[in-house]
Ligand binder design. Structure first.
Ligand code: IMP
Ligand code: MG
Length: 178
């Protein structure tokens, strides 16, 4: 896709190499027991499917839909569950798989919600982390890449539902004519 608004920040080869490392690390951190990956729709779906295939052990996968009531580049801070899980979490090791941690509002809310379902443990894996933007505390156990405070698209991340299927993570530049 050639689009003058897009500047590659993390090329696909680097993403795939990092996911292989994360898969190996998470596999050794959870040598046994029920491990559930929870994919936060829609942004994390590419990351979750690649991470699950980089695992050296069996994992269950499930999907959760979250809306933060935002169509543009910032979320409003109000979180709503639009699709709940199919699988019970009680007694399982749970890994929330998210595309990006920005303000932390979404994951802070989700951690509290899912802890009430009595999993054995619960951790977060995020492909991207923008630590400068944090408003709520969130502990992210597995981070793919820390990135600066720029709006990114691709590899699942969108701007108004566009650009999710780019295989690289790109900065969406402002002020570039279409
Ligand atoms: P938070 O609740 O502010 O941490 O926001 C998390 C959600 O906002 C992510 O799951 C993304 O859907 C979206 N988001 C935050 N930063 C970006 C970005 O740079 N590009 C695309 N979506 C983003
Ligand atoms: Mg998201």
């Amino acid at each position: 896709m050639t689009d003058p608004k897009l500047r590659v920040l993390i090329p696909t080869e680097k993403i795939q190499a990092r996911i292989r490392e994360l898969g190996a690390q998470i596999s050794s951190d959870y040598p046994e027991g029920d491990l559930h990956f929870i994919c936060i729709l829609k942004g994390a779906c590419f990351f979750m499917t690649d991470l699950a295939r980089a695992m050296k052990r069996d994992v269950a996968i499930d999907f959760m839909g979250i809306s933060t009531y935002g169509k543009g580049k910032t979320s409003s801070g109000e979180v709503k569950v639009t699709k709940d899980l199919d699988i019970l979490l009680e007694g399982a090791d749970v890994l929330i798989v998210e595309d990006i941690v920005d303000s932390g509002v979404t994951l802070n809310y989700l951690m509290h919600l899912l802890e009430q379902r009595k999993p054995k443990s619960i951790r977060i894996a995020a492909l991207l982390d923008k630590p400068e933007r944090r408003l709520r505390p969130v502990h992210v156990s597995y981070v793919g890449f820390q990135i600066p405070d720029e709006f990114v698209v691709g590899y699942g991340l969108d701007y108004a539902e566009r650009y999710r299927n780019l295989d690289s993570v790109c900065v969406l530049e402002e002020d570039v004519p279409a």
